[in-house]
Ligand binder design. Sequence first.
Ligand SMILES: [Zn+2]
Length: 383
Amino acid sequence: MALKLYYEDAYIKEFEAEVLSCKKGEKGFEIILDKTAFFPEGGGQPGDRGYIGDAEVKDTVEKDGEVVHICSGEAGGKVNCRLNWDFRFSNMQQHSGEHIFSGITHSKTGLDNVGFHMGQREVTVDFNGYISPETLDEIEDETNRVICENRKTNILLPSPAELEKYDYRSKKEIEGQVRLVEIEGADLCACCGTHVKLTGETGPVKLINAENYKQGVRLTLKIGRFALEDYREKNRSVAGISAALCAKTDEVLPAVEKLKEKLNETRIELNNTKIRLIETRCESAGADFPAVIDGDGDSDSARIAADMLAEKFGTGFGFSGNDKDGYKYAVASRSGKAREIGAAINAALNGRGGGKPEMVMGSLKASKEEIEKTVKNILQNGQ
Ligand SMILES: [Zn+2]
């Protein structure tokens, strides 16, 4: 088994090694070295990337106890190996930040971390119970205080007897040697990942979302440079909203609420105007032609007009649209004949639609003249 350099020193970025085997696999060449600083995917932490000689390491996984480097090309003999350090260091920050946050959450609420996922730009952690917004604020404050105090991370490899004395967090039963990661005064957790030496290297930890998940809560964290990037992006977005609304950045929320209220009032006003317009149109309709044909309405206007006219004449017709695109139509009948009338309209005017005996709605393709003629015909035929 290869010597795992990342456990001796998580800060090794470059090293010399010997290729023990290199064979073609499903996802690329699978290279095994005599020693490696490439961390294989595990404990929620992604596998490392970088270079072995000229071959690009796309992923690192553990297979049957061996660290396997998935590479784009072949390598052999003595090789110089380089880690993608930005990627790895960011993972160390994510992992350490998550430990501090979860340790403090556990000691404050008694809840356990029951799920952990390290995404491209954020970390999600699941806890088995509800946490109030106030408590989450306290946890976030405490997490960032521990980070600023630049506390040490210690790796402990206790014997089974020693292990029994420790009160540590663990997601599952572990076989063999247990590796405990201690962040002084903040957390003690069994973990196989890589972590920063001093908490200050983690950078800021910001909680950006809390949602109900299964029987508990799922929290989304932005850690290190991702917290900064998130802040930058949100700052730009708020500045844009602020400029668009002519409101100060700390007053955008009340400004948006006011805008929403105004929009709602305008909607109500517009609707009232629409109804008044339909009423005016209905006034010019008579018992011989209880119909409104308008060129600027929608199916809703047609329905309202039909209903208003039916109230007055027993039967009412509403048409909204134009000769080119066709019309939306509605028929209202207080004597329950709307379906028959609708069927006659569909047959005469290339229409489709249906509904209840009191009201049918649909669309048709015909000219205004054809509509007028059809309505008159239907009424003359006694419907
Ligand atoms: Zn860890």
